[in-house]
Each structure stands twice: as structure tokens, then as C-alpha cells.
Design a protein around this ligand. Structure first.
Ligand code: HEM
Length: 129
């Protein structure tokens, strides 16, 4: 039996694709975040975030098939993430979430997504400054 997940409820692949595309559009133009990304091409990083979020919210498990256990705090260790980086990341994510229309993402789902992103961004900090 298959259960309808948050991923399905908010429009599945199309929504997560839009979300991460918009997010990385902002990252590409952000003076705090852009220099942190080691690769010139942000496409692969966008794909990894998309796969991770899809999996987290009950979609395909492609992320773990390709990358193994997420261990996100460990994977962010090479980057200094203080309050400035966290705020920049969240600014981009809030814009990305706001870009999804309210028919696709109703208020309770939007709230859940925002709350999760804020929690996750806080937990990714590894520097006091
Ligand atoms: C990877 C920055 C928060 C999920 C990365 C990378 C950077 C970065 C520079 C390497 C790009 C790459 O994949 O090649 C940041 C900063 C954050 C932040 C500055 C500020 C708080 C988050 C949060 C999440 C997340 C909150 C999840 C909700 C990911 C994922 C990857 C990644 C899934 C790819 C991991 C992998 O290698 O498989 N991040 N990140 N990040 N980030 Fe973040």
C-alpha cells in the first residue's frame, strides 16, 4: 500500500524542482553564499538539495541511493556557517518558498516547510560568527 506523503500533497517533483531552481537563482546572486560553493556550476548542488528535500518529505529516495546517509552537518563542515550565512541561506529559501503559488502550497504546508527550513538552517551553523 502506498501512502500519500507531504511530497505528493504539495505537487511532487514539479514543486521541489521549482523550489530549488528559485533558491539557487538567489544563491547565484548572493555575495555571502556564492563564494562558499566550490563548483562554478551550481547545477549539481541544486540537484543534491532537490533530491535531499524530496526524500525528506516522502518522495523518491534517490538522494540516499546516490549519496548514502545525508550526514548534513558533517557535509557542511568545510564551510563556515555563522549567523550571516544562515540568514543569507534563509533569505534565499524564503524567496523560493514564496514563489510557490498558494494553490500548490496551502498555508499549513507552507508553514511546515518554513518551520523545517528555519530549524535545519539553525542546526547547520558551525561557527558563532
Ligand atoms: C551542500 C551551504 C544549509 C542541504 C552545501 C554546499 C554548500 C552549502 C556550500 C556544497 C555544495 C555542493 O553540494 O556541492 C549551506 C549554507 C547553509 C546551508 C551556507 C546555511 C545554513 C543547508 C540546509 C540544508 C542543506 C538547511 C537542508 C535543509 C544541503 C545538501 C547539500 C548541501 C543536501 C549536498 C550534500 C551532499 O554532498 O550530498 N550546502 N547550506 N544545506 N546542503 Fe547546504
Amino acid at each position: 500500500a502506498t501512502q500519500r506523503t507531504f511530497y505528493d500533497e504539495v505537487g511532487g517533483a514539479e514543486t521541489f524542482d521549482k523550489l530549488t531552481a528559485r533558491f539557487y537563482e538567489e544563491v547565484a546572486a548572493d555575495d555571502v553564499l556564492r563564494p562558499l560553493y566550490p563548483e562554478e556550476d551550481l547545477g549539481p548542488a541544486e540537484r543534491r538539495l532537490r533530491m535531499f528535500l524530496e526524500q525528506y518529505w516522502g518522495g523518491p529516495r534517490t538522494y540516499s541511493d546516490e549519496r548514502g546517509h545525508p550526514r548534513l552537518r558533517m557535509r557542511h563542515h568545510p564551510f563556515r556557517i555563522g549567523p550571516i550565512e544562515r540568514d543569507a541561506w534563509l533569505r534565499c529559501m524564503h524567496i523560493a518558498i514564496a514563489s510557490i503559488d498558494s494553490e500548490t502550497l496551502d498555508d499549513p504546508h507552507r508553514r511546515a516547510l518554513v518551520d523545517y527550513m528555519e530549524m535545519a538552517a539553525n542546526s547547520m551553523m558551525n561557527s558563532p560568527v
